[in-house]
Structure formats: structure tokens, C-alpha cells
Design a protein around this ligand. Structure first.
Ligand SMILES: Cc1cc2nc3c(=O)[nH]c(=O)nc-3n(C[C@H](O)[C@H](O)[C@H](O)COP(=O)(O)OP(=O)(O)OC[C@H]3O[C@@H](n4cnc5c(N)ncnc54)[C@H](O)[C@@H]3O)c2cc1C
Length: 462
């Protein structure tokens, strides 16, 4: 190993890459890491972090409106998009510096360069045109928004990357896609006062989430004024003489908007990295194929995070990084555990979810109990906001194990994090029932739904 420049060279300074580099360096390994854009990666620079800041920004109009019921008079509010973008930029620059410093502080060496692999132990750093050698190489290059070259006029469209840094806040936007990124941005733009239309080819937004939540969120978003067009895709986008865009849909409608944002999926960053040259196996979607321990088919090459297309979430990339370090450097082979991952959609209202949806549970278990509560949260009593909160537990009737917990409403993401613990631990509905409620909270419903709302036996609701 002494013959190599590094024990580990990491390509990609995002959530997974930075964690692996930092932890391996802290073990005393000689670590290098190359990042072609900005340390922090998608999550910090153009994903979770700026997204959540924009979610907060977009919630203020409802807070101002709700304040009246509590006795407050709020003067007419105004919003400045450029201020939000500048403040967001300052915060992500701060985080970016911390990410870089953490690697360097642990003894790792950082490179601002695109990297490619030219031999299983040789990395070419394009910036500065130099090569380095490494015993182990970790690919953590993440993904990017899927383009749509077949769409006439696609060159007029933006993706989530650009949406964060628009020069002007559009007056009207069309967002195409039904996944969490499309739904979150639809709520962000609507909250900031933009006339927003969500266009989705499927029958209901947010596939793979519990249908109850999907439908209720859809209804609530429409009630707020977001237009949602399902079973439709865009056929062409054209620039008008006035600079606005016409987007024509398969449903026959033509929308005139200032921006069209495509959020139709993400693709792994594996091109032009020399991977084919060294025989790295990839899936049809271009993701790196790895074994249970994140090792690629070339022995000293590993891959973690979005580039492997397993579960595209920051905590998953970080967990895979920790497992990789255990396996590669601590003689403790550790497979990442992708089971029962709690997650949130920062829509408005928010979704927090963990475990099986009702539909998934019904496919796998013969006797399912559903505990469901739909109610107006206390905070909306005086505010007068006509919005319901939904809580749902999916329980295996035979073992009493809680298989899924699904929440729609304020702070649902925070609740999902905590519900992740009992579900991961395999606790039963009886454990939930034995737990004292915290009063008055919305989450107390989770431990006070004593009788099933309905059962599903052999696929039939009874
Ligand atoms: C809009 C949006 C919102 C999101 N919100 C959430 C959320 O709320 N919660 C959540 O858990 N996840 C969220 N995600 C997903 C999350 O950002 C990713 O799952 C996570 O960043 C993956 O980490 P990673 O290390 O695999 O890759 P990334 O963070 O994407 O890092 C990869 C890095 O590699 C660099 N790179 C690529 N190729 C090369 C090369 N050849 N040489 C050098 N560097 C290279 C890239 O520039 C990038 O910085 C969101 C994503 C998006 C797009």
C-alpha cells in the first residue's frame, strides 16, 4: 500500500464522499478527495439544504394569515426573492467551507477538480492534468436531474439546479413531475406567490407513498390554489415573442408561463469517468452495480450514494459511507441496511412516513389493521385554516407489529424521524398503546388510536 500515493481516493465531495473521506482520514489513512464543483454536493449546494430554506420562506404568508385568529395584526407583507437567494448563498457557502475543513482537519487532502479513473489504481485529475495513485477508490459522484432531449423546446426548460438561482421570481411556473422534488417545488413557488401548475403523467402524485396521504395532499394543495394536472405530459414548449413560454400538454391544454421546470427523475453521474475502460459494471440506468458491501465488480473500487441508485437520500449516502469505512478499513464487513427508512416530503402540509404503505402491506400480509385519524390540528382552530391532519398506522393483525406509520400535517417530518425508531425496533401496536400520550400535541393520536378503523383480510376491506 505504501507504493500508492493514497490509501483511499474519493471521487465526489458530496454527502457520501465527504463522510467516507473524513472518517477514513481520521483513522490515519492517507486520503485524497476530488470535487469538480462545490464541496457539500447536491444536498448542501442544490438539494436538501437550500430546498428546506426555501420551504421556510414560502410558509410565511400562511403564518401571517393565521396570526389574525390569534389576535395579531400583521401589516401587508412584501417579499424579495433576491434577498432570499443571497441569504441562501451565504448559508451554503458557510456549509461548503465546513465540509471542506472537516476533511482537511481530519488529515485528508482536497482537490478542486473533475476526476476520472484511468486504471484501477490511477485517478486522473483533469484540473492541473495530474495523476494520483490509490490503493482503494471510492466513487461518490451522485446524480443530476434527468434531461428530456426528446421534448421539443426542452432548451427553454429549467431543472431543480437552476430553480434555486433564478434571477427573477416567475409570475407563473409549470413544474413537470410527480416525485417529491416536483411536489416540494410546487409548494415553494406557490407559497412565494407564483401561479403554479404541477403536471404529472401518473394517476396520482408521489407514487410509492401511502395512497391516503397522496390523495389528501393533492386535495389540500389544490385547495390552496396549486393546479395539479395528472395523466398529462408536455408535448412541446415554445418561447413567445414576449419572452414567456407556451407549454402544450397531451391533455390539449396550452399553459403560458414564465418558467417550465422539469423534475422527471435523476440520473447517476457515471459518464466520461473512465469506468467502461476499466470494466466497471453498470445498470441499464447507468448506475454503478455494487455488492451488499458497496464494492463494484473491480476489487478495489467501491461506490456509494446516488451513483448506485439504491435509495437516493442524504442519510443513506452517509450510512453507506460509514459501512464502507468499516468494511474497507476496519476489517469489519458491514452491509448498509436499507430496510425501514423514515423519510419526509417537505410539501405543505408536510409528509412524514416510515415503513410499508397500506397497499404494500396488503400485498405481503393476509390480515392488516388500519388505524386512521383525520382531524383539524389545534393550531388551526383559532387560525381558522381549513386543513386536516392525517395519521395512519398499518399493523400486521397476526403479529401486531406496526408495519407502517404515515403522517400528513405540520411537523410530520420531525415525527417520522422519531417513529423510525419503534418501527426499526419492530415494536407492536400494543407497545404504542402502552405509551403515555403527550398532551396537547398532534402526535398523541399515534398512541391513542385504540380501535382499528378497518381491517383488510386477504385483500378485502372488512
Ligand atoms: C432538489 C433536491 C432536494 C433534495 N432533498 C432531499 C431531502 O430533503 N432529504 C434527503 O435526504 N435527500 C434529499 N435530496 C437527495 C440528496 O441530495 C442526495 O441523495 C445526496 O446528496 C446524495 O449524496 P451523494 O454523496 O451520493 O452525491 P452528491 O451529494 O450528489 O455528491 C456528488 C458530488 O460529486 C461531484 N462529482 C460528480 N462527478 C465528479 C467527478 N467526475 N469528479 C469530481 N467530482 C464529481 C458532484 O459535483 C457532487 O458534488 C435532494 C436532492 C435534490 C436534487
Amino acid at each position: 500500500m505504501a507504493g500508492y500515493d493514497y490509501d483511499l481516493f474519493v471521487i465526489g465531495g458530496g454527502s457520501g464522499g465527504v463522510r467516507a473521506a473524513r472518517v477514513a482520514a481520521a483513522l490515519g489513512k492517507r486520503v485524497g478527495i476530488a470535487e469538480e464543483y462545490r464541496f457539500g454536493g447536491t444536498c448542501v449546494i442544490r438539494g436538501c439544504v437550500p430546498k428546506k430554506l426555501y420551504v421556510y420562506a414560502s410558509q410565511f404568508p400562511e403564518h401571517f394569515a393565521d396570526a389574525a385568529g390569534y389576535g395579531w395584526t400583521v401589516p401587508e407583507a412584501s417579499f424579495n426573492w433576491q434577498t432570499l437567494v443571497a441569504n441562501k448563498d451565504r448559508e451554503i457557502a458557510r456549509l461548503e467551507a465546513i465540509y471542506k475543513k472537516n476533511v482537511e482537519g481530519s488529515g485528508g487532502e482536497t482537490f478542486h477538480s473533475r476526476a476520472m479513473i484511468i486504471d484501477p489504481h490511477v485517478v486522473h485529475l483533469l484540473d492541473g492534468d495530474r495523476t494520483v495513485t490509490a490503493d482503494q477508490i471510492l466513487i461518490a459522484t451522485g446524480g443530476r436531474p434527468a434531461a428530456h432531449p426528446a421534448l421539443p423546446g426542452h432548451e427553454h426548460c429549467i431543472f431543480s439546479n437552476e430553480a434555486f438561482d433564478l434571477k427573477e421570481l416567475p409570475k407563473a411556473i409549470m413544474i413537470e413531475g410527480g416525485g417529491y422534488i416536483a411536489v416540494e417545488f410546487a409548494n415553494i413557488f406557490h407559497g412565494l406567490g407564483v401561479d403554479t401548475t404541477l403536471v404529472y403523467r401518473g394517476k396520482e402524485i408521489l407514487s410509492r407513498f401511502d395512497m391516503d396521504l397522496r390523495r389528501t395532499l393533492h386535495e389540500t394543495m389544490e385547495k390552496k390554489g396549486i393546479k395539479i394536472l395528472c395523466h398529462a405530459v408536455s408535448e412541446w414548449v415554445r418561447k413567445r415573442p414576449d419572452g414567456r413560454l407556451d407549454a402544450h400538454l397531451t391533455s390539449g391544454q396550452t399553459l403560458t408561463v414564465d418558467q417550465v421546470m422539469l423534475a422527471i427523475g435523476r440520473v447517476p453521474n457515471t459518464e466520461n469517468m473512465g469506468l467502461e475502460g476499466i470494466g466497471i459494471e453498470m445498470t441499464a440506468a447507468g448506475a454503478i452495480k455494487v455488492d451488499d458491501y458497496s464494492r463494484a465488480n473491480v476489487d478495489n473500487i467501491w461506490a456509494i450514494g446516488d451513483v448506485t441508485n439504491r435509495v437516493q437520500l442524504t442519510p443513506v449516502a452517509i450510512h453507506e459511507a460509514m459501512c464502507f469505512v468499516e468494511t474497507a478499513f476496519k476489517d469489519n464487513p458491514t452491509a448498509p441496511d436499507h430496510d425501514t427508512i423514515a423519510t419526509a416530503v417537505f410539501s405543505q402540509p408536510e409528509i412524514g412516513t416510515v415503513g410499508l404503505s397500506e397497499d404494500e402491506a396488503v400485498k405481503r400480509f393476509a390480515d392488516i389493521e388500519i388505524y386512521r385519524a383525520s382531524f383539524r390540528p389545534m393550531r388551526h382552530t383559532l387560525s381558522g385554516r381549513d386543513e386536516k391532519m392525517l395519521m395512519k398506522l398499518v399493523v400486521d393483525g397476526a403479529s401486531r407489529k406496526v408495519l407502517g406509520a404515515h403522517i400528513l400535517g405540520p411537523d410530520a417530518g420531525e415525527m417520522a424521524q422519531l417513529l423510525g425508531i419503534p418501527l426499526k425496533a419492530g415494536l407492536t401496536k400494543d407497545d404504542f398503546d402502552r405509551t403515555m400520550a403527550v398532551h396537547p400535541t398532534a402526535s398523541e393520536e399515534l398512541v391513542t388510536m385504540y380501535k382499528p378503523t378497518y381491517r383488510v383480510k386477504d385483500g378485502q376491506r372488512v
